[in-house]
Design a protein around this ligand. Sequence first.
Ligand SMILES: *Cc1c(COP(=O)(O)O)cnc(C)c1O
Length: 396
Amino acid sequence: MSCDCGGLLEVRQDFRLADAERLKTLFDCRLALRTGPYASGVWRYKELIDPELEEAHIVTRGEGNTGLYDCAPAAIHAGVRRVWLKAQGENPSGSFKDNGMTAAVSRGVFAGYRAFACASTGNTSSSLAMYAAWAGLRCVVLVPPGGVAANKLMQTLAYGAEVYGIEGGYDAGVRLLNRCGEALGLYVCNSVNPFRIEGQKSMIIEAAHQLGWTLPDWVVLPGGALSNASALGKGLLEMKAIGLIGKVPRIAVVQAEGASPFHRMIASGGGELVPEPAPRTAASAIRIGNPPSWRKAARVLRDCAGVTCAVSDEAIMAAKRVIDRSGIGCEPAAAAGLAGLKKLAAEGTISRDETALVVLTGHMLKDADALRVSVPDPGLSPLAPDELFSRLAGVR
Ligand SMILES: *Cc1c(COP(=O)(O)O)cnc(C)c1O
């Protein structure tokens, strides 16, 4: 899946003949569909995702179609005028990885593969395992032992994937599959797979569609392997080129302080990423020291007037509490975006009267350990009904 030059491949489509008004009408018509591939929030936009793929090869679970919520508590927390939360945890396996995985698995099936593989910090494996089970395919998953939230591992096993621990963690897993996947007959579905990037673009296309083809001033998201940042920027620039949107929002990529090689590179003005050998953060989904897609993400930052920042685990957990209490909820990595927005607003990089779309990448139930830390122990010793009544009456 890599070029001879060592860089990653990228899908380039020719949109010169695309007609924005015709596409908008087509996408609107598909909103009425309840079943079939075009009811998916990814394949609704097939003309922009993978126009050449034959419909019969689409492997879909109706992914995408996630809510976009105008969340006042999040705006107050960050100190900006308005915050939209794009709740990607509402995907069928509980994270944004489904948007990309449906595209990659469909392409693998189209190419005749029956066995699929990935290295994962958790959500990628849950997603691939789900699609493999649904389509009756073999699924091999490499995980950093002890480095994956328990629920994600259980979910992956429950879908029937073969799970192996790998020494050296996520980064070593990516390296091994890049080198040997093909020889083992495995279709590799890490974010180096260019079709995953194409599928992940649908998140921002769907958000633009939901908001009537205008977007807020900023799009803010957490960065781990940096595939999502790459996809989002690509989607924005293509929508602008086609004429679906008039203006490209600025992008902010947020990393955890203990796993922030990309932020360090950008902040120091360097042109080469220096990997972080021992990445540390409670937000396991972004605990990545050597992000494969950093070149693509750097290009996106340049083309979308983007910025980066790094936030502490405390700031991540504080943002998570706000998102949980607002009634939406998310896992720790997903909360990094709001924590970053708050920091960038405090620094003055983002102005207080600007608006932002914050991508919530994963569902709150993905990481039960994080919940145990962030909520009080309920101490559920049973009370007699009379006692309970007087307590509740007292509370009132
Ligand atoms: C994968 C993941 C990320 C990081 O996305 P990248 O594309 O690797 O930068 C962030 N949050 C969650 C919940 C994830 O699963």
